[in-house]
Design a protein around this ligand. Structure first.
Ligand SMILES: [Fe+2]
Ligand SMILES: [Fe+2]
Length: 197
């Protein structure tokens, strides 16, 4: 059985990084990250990118709620939402591409005992990528229904809201587990030794 199909490892069913991949995390818990001398520029920048995705994700959810509760009309919502969603989808795609091709191989080589974790994270990227496609299609359906009002608009907004929430839930789980796997490796080795400083 492919390890990525196991509910303990599969994005959408797991609740944390699998226990056997938390050995370094136990030595470098989150509470110690920010003040650790080995948390260098690259890692701080990378954590900020993750926070940016969390913030934009929350803002997108808030925008949909504003539309559904009448605080934004459909024209205001579309003008506000479309460029932010486009930025979010594009930046996420680029971010995953850089991780898959540049950073994951470095960490995989550095810490063989955690190698399985990077198979899981790459599988997450595929799942999220599929969801990005679904999110874009659902958003297009919503935008085309927005001007018309009535039941079609309500259904399209409701359907989009559900897809958007599923994407954000998957993304939040992925970001947290990715940080829990990678930051302890950085703190243990240091960015210069890893060749990412
Ligand atoms: Fe990632
Ligand atoms: Fe990431």
């Amino acid at each position: 059985m492919n390890s990525t199909q196991d509910p303990v490892t599969l994005l959408g069913t797991r609740n944390s990084l699998p226990q056997d991949l938390q050995t370094l995390l136990a030595r470098y818990p989150r509470a110690h990250w920010q003040h650790h001398a080995n948390l260098g520029e690259m890692s701080r920048f990378w954590l900020q990118r993750h926070d940016m995705f969390r913030e934009i994700g929350s803002a997108l959810s808030g925008g949909i709620t504003d539309l559904r509760e009448g605080r934004k009309n459909s024209g205001e919502f579309a003008g506000w939402f479309a460029p932010r969603l486009q930025f979010f989808l594009q930046q996420l795609t680029t971010h995953h591409h850089i991780e898959d091709n540049h950073y994951f191989p470095v960490f995989q080589r550095a810490e063989k005992r955690l190698e399985k974790g990077f198979v899981i994270l790459e599988s997450d990227h595929h799942i999220i990528h599929d969801f990005l496609g679904r999110t874009a299609a659902s958003a297009n359906e919503m935008f085309s229904a927005l001007a018309g009002g009535g039941d079609r608009e309500r259904r399209a907004v409701s359907s989009y809201a559900e897809t958007n929430q599923q994407l954000l839930d998957l993304l939040r789980r992925h970001l947290e587990d990715e940080e829990d796997l990678i930051i302890p490796i950085v703190l243990d080795r240091g960015e210069d030794r890893l060749g990412i400083g």
